[in-house]
Structure formats: C-alpha cells, structure tokens
Unconditional design. Sequence first.
Lengths: 295, 267
Amino acid sequence: MSGFLQALLNPAVPFVRNALIGSVLAAFLFGVLGSLVTVRRIAGLAGAISHTVLGGIGLALFLASRGAPKWISPMLGALVFAILAALTISVVSLKAKQREDTVINALWAIGMSLGVVFLAKTPGYADPMSYLFGNILLVTSGDLYLLAALNVIVIVLVARYYRHIEAASFDEEFAATKGVPVTAIYLGILLIIAIAIVLLQTFVGIVMVIAMLTLPAGTAGYFSRNLAGMMMYATILSLVFSVSGLAVSWTFDLPAGAVIVLLSGAVFLAFSMGNMLSKRSRRNANQQMEPKESA
Amino acid sequence: MGNEEHLPHLPENVAIWCQHLAFRFKDIEVFDDVSFHVHRGEFVALTGKNGAGKSTLLKLIVGLLEPTRGKVLVFGAPPRGRIESIGYVPQHAGFDPAFPIQVEEVVGMGRLSGLSPITKHQKKEEIEWALQQAEVYDLRARPFSALSGGQRRRVLVARALVGHPKLLVLDEPTANMDVESEKKFYETLARIKGTTTILIATHDSDFVSALADTVLCVGQNVDHPHSVHRHAIERAINAPAELYGGDVVRVRHDIELPDNACCEGKE
C-alpha cells in the first residue's frame, strides 16, 4: 500500500493522482445517479445504454480510419449512440410499456455487436476488452474537467429538484396530479445518465459503469432511511471501493476496473446475505414470541 | 389555458361540473355523454362494478386523463388549473417496498405544486396538521414499507390533505383495510366533511357510508352503460356490521334521480 501512496505523491507519475481525482469525481455521479437507477429500477436500461456506447466508439474509430474528419472522435460516437439509445428506450417505455425489456435487451446486443464488427474492420489495434473494462490510469486532465462539470450540473439539479425527483420516482401518478412534470424528469434522468455513462466509460469501462451504478446504491439501500441518505452512503461506498480498489490493483499489479467491481460486488453480496439472515432470524424470533404472548 | 375564456360561468357552489363527457381508451369506449355536477361541501360516493370506469372517471376529474370530448371543470376551471385545490388518493396497489422513504416524506409530497420550490414554512405545520387529521402522527418517522396496508392508506390520505384541498378524491381507499383503520379513516372524513368536497370510489355498491349525501353509479344503466347516474339512498335496515367504519345507508339502484335532484329541480 505504501507503494500506492508514494506513486500518488510522485510528480513523475501524474496518472496515479489523476486516477484518484477521477475516482472521487466519479463517486458522486455513481452515488447520486446510481441511487436513482436503483429506486426507479432502470438498471437494465442503464446497462443497455452503456453497451450501445461500444457501437458508437466502434463506428467513430472505423470512420476515422477511413479518413473522416478529426472531430468524429470515439467520445462523440459514444455520446450520439448513448443519447439515441436513451431516447429509443424512453419512447418505447412511455408508449408501449409491455415491450420495454425486449427493446432494452435488443439495443444492448445490437449496440455491442455493431461495436465488435466496426472494431474488427478498423485497421490497427483496437481491442473491445479495453472499452469493456477501461483503464482508470489513462484518465486525462481533459476528462477530469468534463467530469467535474457534470458533477456540478447533477448536484445543482438534484439539490434544487430533490423533492420533485423523489415524488416522481416514488409515485409518478400522484406527482403528476401535483403538476410535477414526471415525463420531463424521467427523460432528464435518462439523458444525464447517458452523458455520465459516456464520460465515465472512457476510463472505467462499460462493465464497471454498470457495476458502480448499481452495486454501491444497492448496498446503501439496505441501511438508508430515505433517498438522500441512499445517495450519500452510495457516494461514500463508491469512493471507498474506487480508492481501495485502485490501491489494491496498484500494489498487486491487477486490472483496476475489475478489482473495483469485485470489491463492490463482494460487499453488496455480503449485505444481501446479512439482510436475508437477519430477516429470517427476526421471523423465527417472532414465532417464538407469539405462544408466550397468548399464554 | 388559452380557451379558459370560453368556459361556462358556473354558480359559485359547484365543485365538479361534467358536461357531455366522453372518453375512449384505444378502441374501448369507457364513457359516452356523461353529465353530472357536485356541489361544494358535498360527500359523494361513486359506486360501480370492477372495471366499470370509476378510476378512469376520478383520473379525468383530477386531470391525469384528458376527455376525448366534453368537459370536466373543477371549481370552474380545467383540473390542471386547480392543482392546489385537489387532493388525490390513488389506488396505489404496486408501491416498491425497497424504496427508502419515511412516512413524513411521503406526506410531504402533498406540498408539491409544479416545479416550485418548497419553503421551510410550508414544511412543518402543514405536514403535522395532515398527519394528525389522518391519525398517523405517531408513525411519522417510520419507514413507509414497515406499515400495514391500512396504515399506508391513511398515510396517503394525509398526503392528500396537505395544503387543505377544497376537493378530496379517493380511489377505493378502504380496499383490504383492517376494521380499526377503516373506522379511523371514516372518522377523518367525518371531521373534514362539509368544509371539503369529498368524492370517494367504492366497489361495494349496495351500501355506502352514511356520510354520503349523494351516490353516483358508473355503468349501471342498461340503456346507457357508459355513463354515470345519480341513485337514491335510504336508511339501511339490517345492514352488515363493521362496514365503512360506522353507519351506512342503502343505495337504491332501482331509483334513478335526475342530475338536478340536488338543486330541487332548478338549474
């Protein structure tokens, strides 16, 4: 671990410090947006958006190799595909609810396959694995500025419209009778999640984005009393998982993204098990109490 | 908003005014030529079989649905323009038990109005008053998912009461409610009756709470099944005990009243 600390302070390896700053900035997004993904039960939807991103990246790299102008970057391709996927899914889910899961899975598979095909036809080295798991040590200062900007936007919007978002997520019908624009809130959340996925996958990878949008918030859900608490605890958990994962991966020379996912997953499973066991023991205790009460 | 000037000028004492209302959902005709009115302070029981369209009618009245033809006015304006006058208790069968939220926060949703911010001042007093009215004050710090079904219903009533609505619309609020909760629930309605116009849907259509001044029946007229009619009520003899948390009256589905029955034939 001391090796990780030394690397952090070593000006010759600024990427370690950047990775840490990136983790902190990402933790807020994972905590806040992940809580919304969890309570609104749109994890599958976020998964589909992030996997279609591979199609956009593949297309942009392919076009660039065929002499397309420089502004067609993988980031732009990812953004276009993510927003298209978010819009497609939201139109389907608002207009024809019964087909939502089919469309989500179709987009997921089609987007990823497109990416693999484009990357195969792109000359030079382009490994789909590097986009699936990313490399947190490759985060640039440009990425950090974009992330910081998105953080500010998300925090301002959530702070201002917290009660409205909470009501629209808990009971859409009632919120609508109070004039809360529930469809606009839903679309806004999807759009911001799509943008966040694009920014985050550049250095943590597609798989880790999904994991971090669901696991810390899912864990926080076991002990949070309200949505704000869930956002806060999920942020703290994301931070702990990212930083400790980074340190472990640096120390043992393991891929950072995968280590962070495994840590988050292990803690989530431990909480799920603990929750199940405590429910069972409470039920048993109640059953033992009852005969005494009636006697 | 633009066509508000074409709205009819209604007497001050009319809370809900429905004129030649029609509603279709996809290819299904739910309502056709429905006309009725409800006065301020009136307690109206809306009865009808499952699937007759009670919930749909309530959603048209609270502005969640738009009529295909005709008009619904609440206190003289379309429901969307009366957000702060309407308190709505939806059926809310499928809430997510994993959603982390406390009773106080659920009730606090009643303060929302569009995207306006909520001031601190609105916060405490309004919520506490509503919690007390629905007799759920002691539950305010509990997780919503830890409550019984009946307690949850009363919390949703408290949420609808925040902001002192002039019209309270309840969609089968006592379905699957325990006797104790049902009693408390009708006590709450009795307290606010008169100052608040109450429209309550119930599927048990032979008897209604004795609080009811008027009974409207959905889809029970053979000649005109997609409509709403006013039926007579009479004192109930041999009514089942423990129904509607207190006294009940019998609905005479065989006696249909004209829509102006409440106005002694005027209007």
